[in-house]
Design a protein around this ligand. Structure first.
Ligand SMILES: [Zn+2]
Length: 251
């Protein structure tokens, strides 16, 4: 039974992932509530149901549009699969509990933001504004202890990242600032510290790898949103474990 539920979460994740992709790609440019059905970005042909099956359609069509043969971004299957795995993993860790809701909310925010930041180097305001009330409601129902830890986390995140923006002149943007602040509110002070550390670590590692591959120079601007999102998920899944391990090591 347990495996059946995990599999169900995985399949739902694939479908939602497909939707999150479209959200991330369309929110910054045009209305998401455009009545137009899914279409090919190049030839604008409306896609049939056979072309809309997550991961499968991409594999069968070998990553190309069946009409114009133009290649489809691998971002689609990658994000669909990632969302499927994250949905399944979240349920596996939390079971049916309030945490499950927080996890699914986090994934629903992080996947479209990641897509948008990779493609447009933008973290859309509309996504943050849309999701913030849900997180605030969640923290009203299930507050951190003490409850004001959310405000300390958010305040600290805001001041820290604002300072970095002012000092670095162009390293991070206002989108990153709001994104970090929201996570400060969700996770509280100590978990935010870990989140911030992990995001810069991931960013530095990825930057180093890209430079080794000669895909980026020292001056190339790398969108930071994906690393913030990855750090937030790490903190959500393993924050308690990492922090208690760290404290045991030094105290
Ligand atoms: Zn096409």
């Amino acid at each position: 039974m347990q495996y059946f539920i995990i599999l169900t979460f995985f399949l739902y994740g694939l479908v939602f992932g497909s939707f999150f992709n479209v959200v991330g790609l369309r929110v910054p440019t045009k209305s998401l509530f455009n009545p137009k059905r899914s279409y090919c970005d190049t030839c604008e042909r409306t896609l049939t149901w056979k072309e809309l099956i997550p991961v499968w359609s991409f594999a069968v069509q070998k990553g190309r549009c069946r009409g114009c043969r133009q290649s489809i971004s691998p971002l689609y299957p990658v994000m669909e699969l990632t969302t499927g795995l994250l949905f399944a993993f979240t349920y596996y860790l939390t079971g049916f509990s309030p945490e499950l809701m927080l996890g699914l909310l986090l994934i629903s925010l992080i996947i479209p933001v990641t897509v948008s930041d990779i493609v447009y180097s933008r973290i859309p305001n509309r996504l943050l504004l849309f999701f913030s009330p849900f997180f605030i409601l969640y923290r009203i129902l299930y507050p951190l202890s003490p409850f004001y830890d959310s405000f300390i986390g958010a305040g600290f995140a805001f001041l820290l990242v604002l300072l970095i923006i002012l000092l670095s002149k162009g390293g991070m943007g206002v989108g990153d600032l709001k994104y970090y602040t929201l996570f400060g509110f969700i996770f509280g002070f100590s978990h935010f510290l870990l989140l911030f550390f992990l995001s810069t670590l991931y960013g530095a590692l990825a930057g180093g790898i890209l430079m080794k591959m000669k895909k980026a120079g020292r001056k190339t601007k790398i969108p930071f949103g994906p690393y913030i999102g990855l750090a937030a998920l790490t903190v959500f899944y393993f924050g308690e474990v990492i922090i208690s391990w760290y404290l045991n090591l030094f105290l």
